[in-house]
Design a binder for this molecule. Structure first.
Ligand SMILES: [Zn+2]
Length: 655
């Protein structure tokens, strides 16, 4: 192709495009000439795409990596991979061909591919932080904290190097309020409650690798300043003076948790932090009819503070919202804020505790929680490196060396998780660490009403959870996960579930399976399968279907533990029915040894698959099952073993 025809082609943002074949055909071909420095928009699609560079040099950005291609080089871009091409110093000419390739697309979206995406990078799982102003109630546990543990175990089962972070908020005035009420100081109260929260996590079987404490360290303070300096250098921080609620009696500003009023966004009751009703980060100065903790109306006085110019990072958030791996809630949340306009985020306040602000004119202020969000994640990265045996600072770790980030949070914490954290990470040039897996949850109700610490309408983990009911509760909370909708927790319903399923049907199923292994009591290993009947075929297919459903439901992009537990319940019933076949039980004279061999194999396959499905949720229960089969280091690879021919230790009498 001669250069004139290219220069006559459509020019848009420095790129000439020519389509030598009509667009309507099944395969699309396009020649691009990119002028120096020009770049295509980042996008993705279901089609597979094939690029060949004809002349010049381009930089190709694919999900998580960039590659330089020169004349003669070519590359295949997989379906759904986000991509962008940029010409370097000179004109670049390239050919792109794209077409819908059903097999390639389906291979990418099967359960195996979903289980373990990008497995080369470590995974950091970070639920929203706990507030150490009290204990942990079941509503907290059922939200991000216990599920972070389930996902950690899930990721490890699929072979990912995974680190689970738990921790308490750095500084929130809720802690100060509780400290004043308890007649103690901020950090003593935080530390007492942190011990209580850690104990609650242990009771629930949560085993975090990193715990971020409230009390600051030299390093945690330093990270706040390192981040602030970078944001300031990029012009993302501004000083603003607002008329802020002021208490004429105490002669103090009322900010953060010390002020209440009507949320300017949803009209609900909100403090000067995150609105529980709509998840917005509410600026104290914008609260309608603000009152103090005693309900007394407040005056307003001017106060100079630092703000993050979130709107300057709009493009980054637009790109984040365009990611295919976000759940619908997160996409809509980010997009709705982008369309209504991003507010500036208050970074300093006259709080009682916090990292002090060493900036002239702002000496009486402390950094707010939004200023701590990203630094605490960076601290977690440094602690992850320490666990790997390396001492590294967050800014020394770049690109593919950064872990992938999975975040879990209740929808009332959405503003910080979906806007502030991704925007600040982008501003720091850490796009690879922007949340790759976003797992929000709706709220759990208790007996029809919101959990409330102040009204003591709550079930406290450290009062309710015991070694006996912990795993049943983990299962039950997963089963009633507030995945997309609010869920109502009733004590009596859990107790009935514990009695009927966990302590009833489940052990009854194990008894039934034992009956199938019994004919081979003399054998060390289960014999190979013999004859098959229609029941065997049907049960084999049911088990395969169960495995496929479980793999699909454990996708890190959209883990559906609610669906997993419900499928487990159905499958327990199927195993029991298969093993308790009354024709074979009641008429031992008809016992057919060749058929029994097949049945024992099928029962073993079902039981190992059930354990593998349950392992992230109830690890203690499944550990017991694996031991009977002498299975070490369980992983999702157990789903793929051909249990009809593999060696299986006969667990008879052991289960
Ligand atoms: Zn609101």
């Amino acid at each position: 192709m001669r250069d004139e025809s290219l220069s006559n082609a459509l020019l848009e943002q420095g790129i000439y495009r020519i389509n030598p074949v009509p667009e309507a055909s099944d395969i699309s071909i396009r020649i691009l000439k990119l002028t120096p420095g020009s770049s295509t928009e980042r996008h993705n699609h279901t089609e597979v795409e094939f690029w060949t560079v004809i002349s010049g040099t381009v930089r190709v950005y694919l999900d998580g990596k960039d590659i330089i291609l020169q004349a003669g080089d070519s590359i295949r871009v997989e379906p759904l991979c986000r991509h962008r091409i940029e010409a370097l110093q000179e004109n670049a000419v390239m050919q792109t061909v794209w077409w819908h390739h059903r097999e390639i697309f389906e291979r990418l979206t099967t359960e195996d591919a979903l289980l373990s995406p990008n497995s080369a990078r470590p995974l950091l799982i970070v639920p929203a932080m706990l507030t150490p102003n009290g204990g942990m109630h079941l509503g907290h546990a059922a939200g991000p904290f216990m599920v972070a543990d389930v996902l950690t175990r899930t990721a490890r089962m699929s072979g990912r190097e995974t680190y689970q972070v738990q921790g308490t908020h750095g500084h929130l005035e809720h802690i100060q309020i509780a400290a004043v009420n308890a007649g103690t100081d901020y950090y003593s109260l935080a530390e007492t409650n942190t011990r209580r929260l850690k104990h609650s996590l242990r009771l629930l079987g949560v085993e975090q690798d990193i715990f971020l404490e409230t009390r600051p360290t030299t390093r945690s303070d330093a990270i706040v300043y390192e981040v602030l300096e970078k944001l300031m250098a990029d012009g993302l921080i501004v000083e603003r003076t607002h008329n802020v609620p002021y208490d004429p009696e105490t002669l103090q500003f009322c900010v953060d948790a010390f002020v209440h009023g009507e949320c300017p966004y949803c009209g609900g009751e909100s403090s000067g932090t995150e609105c529980e009703g709509c998840g917005a980060l509410v600026l104290d100065a914008e609260l309608i009819n603000p009152v103090n903790l005693r309900g007394a109306p407040l005056e307003h006085r001017p106060l100079k503070r630092l703000f993050l110019r979130l709107n300057a990072l709009e493009n980054e958030l637009e790109r984040f919202a365009a990611s295919t791996s976000l759940p619908a809630f997160a996409k809509l949340f980010v997009e709705s804020w982008l369309s209504r306009g991003l507010p500036e985020v208050c970074l300093t306040n006259p709080n009682s505790a916090g990292v002090p602000v060493h900036i002239a004119g702002l000496e009486n202020l402390k950094f707010t929680v939004p200023m701590e969000y990203v630094p605490r994640h960076l601290l977690a990265i440094e602690q992850m490196c320490a666990l790997q045996g390396e001492t590294r600072l967050w800014y020394e770790i770049t690109g593919d060396e950064l872990p992938e980030l999975a975040i879990l949070f209740g929808v009332d914490n959405a503003f910080g998780r979906l806007l502030v954290i991704p925007a600040v990470l982008a501003a720091l040039g850490m796009r690879e660490f922007m949340p790759a897996y976003v797992i929000p949850n709706q709220m759990m109700l208790l007996e029809g009403q919101k959990f409330s610490t102040s009204r003591n309408h709550a079930i406290w983990v450290d009062e309710y959870v015991t070694a006996e009911n912990a795993e049943a509760l983990r299962f039950y909370l997963c089963r009633n996960r507030t995945h997309r909708n609010e869920v109502d927790f009733h004590r009596s319903e859990f107790e009935r579930f514990n009695m009927e399923f966990w302590s009833g049907q489940l052990p009854a199923m194990l008894d039934a399976v034992n009956g199938v292994f019994k004919p081979f009591v003399e054998n060390k290993n289960l014999p190979g399968p013999g004859q098959w009947c229609a029941d065997c075929h049907s049960f084999f297919a049911a088990t395969s279907l169960f495995i496929a459903t479980i793999k699909q439901s454990y996708s890190l992009y959209m883990p559906d533990i609610r669906k997993i537990t419900r499928n487990v319940e159905t499958f327990v019933d199927e195993i029991t029915t298969f093993c308790l076949d009354s024709a074979l039980q009641q008429k031992p004279a008809f016992t057919h040894s060749a058929l029994n061999r097949t049945r024992a194999r099928l029962a073993a396959r079902a039981l190992i698959s059930l354990a593998t499905a349950l392992n992230p949720i109830t690890p203690e229960f499944t550990q017991g099952l694996y031991e009977k089969f002498d299975i070490q280091n369980p992983s999702f690879a157990l789903f793929s073993i051909d249990w009809m021919s593999a060696e299986i230790i006969n667990p008879v009498g052991n289960i």
